[in-house]
Design a protein around this ligand. Structure first.
Ligand code: FMN
Length: 192
């Protein structure tokens, strides 16, 4: 099984990366191929709203940066894990830019011909925050679920980790939650 993790934090060794390490550990142990992309290492510019991707059906984004290459990797993966901190009650801007740019993957949204190159991919959300779940981390869940519908992808659920301060302070409890989350994804994948 091919797993692609997209780390949406600019901090390559921060809280989200630490939780993701524990999630990925389970896939590594099961023999899956796991690749992690750090969004901070990529050049992902904001969507310009030009609609060129809509005017030429089947085309990707006309911007020449790293987004289209990353979309190709997302299409090739069996599971895409979107791992992100909460920034001001939402997604951090580089990750949001990638999400906005993904409009080029989808056609005829809201119509009978709705299609997406992400159809059938399984997508999970791993999110960390300093604050609580309520009115904070949970604000990422609805946009994530809507995005999965938009992509015609299957949401495989979310792991929300509140109260994060420093990666070195994240303990066994979080490690165990991350392992449980990943094991559930693995067993669902094996069943299907
Ligand atoms: C610009 C910025 C905005 C943040 N906004 C929030 C927020 O709205 N709610 C919250 O609980 N934590 C917020 N945080 C804290 C981070 O979500 C939290 O520390 C997270 O675990 C950082 O993950 P990272 O180390 O992987 O970047 C913010 C941090 C930064 C730098």
């Amino acid at each position: 099984m091919d797993v692609l993790s997209i780390l949406g934090s600019p901090r390559r060794a921060g809280n989200t990366a630490r939780v993701l390490d524990w999630v990925e550990e389970v896939f590594h142990e099961a023999g899956s191929a796991v690749e992690r992309i750090s969004i901070g290492d990529r050049d992902i510019r904001p969507c310009t709203g030009c609609f060129a991707c809509k005017l030429r059906p089947g085309s990707l984004c006309i911007q020449r940066d790293d987004a289209n290459g990353l979309f190709g990797q997302m299409q090739d993966a069996d599971i895409v894990l979107v791992a992100t901190p909460v920034y001001c009650f939402g997604f951090p801007s580089p990750l949001k830019a990638l999400i906005d740019r993904s409009v080029c993957l989808v056609s005829e949204f809201g119509q009978p011909g709705h299609a997406s190159v992400m159809e059938g991919r399984r997508v999970g959300l791993v999110a960390t925050a300093e604050g609580p779940i309520g009115r904070n981390l949970d604000l990422l869940v609805e946009p994530f679920e809507l995005l999965c519908d938009y992509w015609k992808a299957t949401s495989v659920g979310h792991l929300l980790v509140p109260g994060c301060t420093r990666p070195e302070d994240m303990g066994e409890g979080i490690c165990s939650q991350a392992h449980t989350y990943a094991q559930a994804l693995l067993s669902r994948q094996t069943e299907s």
